[in-house]
Write a protein that binds this ligand. Structure first.
Ligand code: 3PY
Ligand code: MG
Length: 254
């Protein structure tokens, strides 16, 4: 069982981070410092699929679960992420039950979905495992995570949480705030209230929810709201920028 699944199954909070830095060494560092999972981001970066595969390989070496956030709900990226060995796929802008069924169908083999069958992929050990065994293992291993980050998704949450095979949800506060016409105001009461509704309904349905904690001060709050997995700091690239900026300022002021 990979680390994210194990931590969540144990009822503990899983700690992760979005990686925008496009480098397998960063993934190894994140694993070695003790993160449970990393989100390898294909939505907001120019990362190519071959480097994505090296980053997944690095995650396996450093015992950290790999989630690939795809640019959209497309078959080509979802399939190639799981075939490269991603432990989970995270699909942005999930807004309906129908779309949820579509993404589960792409990421999971039958009888849950209709993932394309090929036994020669990296995750199938390049043809080294029995295809039926491989399909069974993959349906146990791969997690499908839908992102809730639109007002429409909040409105449709009762239906979305009924999708069979949708394992987890992850809230995107930045886009959600934007969707409310409140860009940048992730802690606005309207946004916070919508997040609370999504968390309450999802948790009641047995679907655990993740969310970024943009500031360390938000961490306790989002866990109190019902989050089971968090990204903190939210993104490796922003963290590097801020810590280097603070360092440079402090040495210049010595
Ligand atoms: C968002 O906040 O919109 C995200 O996608 C995750 O940070
Ligand atoms: Mg987003």
């Amino acid at each position: 069982m990979h680390k994210l699944k194990e931590v969540l199954a144990g009822g503990q909070t899983a700690y992760g981070i979005f990686s925008a830095l496009k480098d397998p060494a960063v993934i190894e560092i994140l694993g070695y410092v003790g993160y449970d999972y990393v989100v390898i981001d294909l939505e907001h970066t120019a990362l190519d699929l071959q480097m994505m595969e090296h980053m997944i390989r690095a995650a396996q070496i450093a015992n950290i679960s790999s989630i690939v956030r795809t640019p959209q709900d497309d078959y080509g990226t979802i399939l190639r992420a799981v075939e490269s060995g991603a432990d989970a796929v995270m699909i942005p802008h999930l807004v309906s039950k129908q779309q949820g069924e579509k993404i589960v169908g792409m990421a999971k083999y039958q009888p849950i979905g209709h993932r394309g069958i090929d036994g020669s992929t990296r995750v199938a050990r390049y043809g080294g495992v029995l295809i039926t065994e491989h399909m069974k293992q993959e349906n146990e291993r791969v997690l499908v995570i839908g992102m809730i980050e639109d007002v429409e998704a909040v409105e449709n949450i009762d239906e979305i949480i009924t999708v069979q095979g949708l394992d987890l949800l992850f809230i995107g506060p930045s886009d959600l705030a934007g969707s409310f016409g409140l860009p940048g105001q992730v802690t606005h009461p309207k946004v916070r209230q919508a997040i609370q509704v999504v968390m309450d309904k999802s948790n009641k349905a047995g679907i655990k929810v993740g969310i970024p904690a943009f500031r360390p001060s938000e961490l306790k709050e989002v866990i109190g709201m019902g989050a089971s997995f968090v990204t903190t700091p939210a993104v490796d690239a922003s963290h590097l920028t801020q810590s280097l900026k603070a360092h440079l300022e402090s040495v210049k002021n010595m």
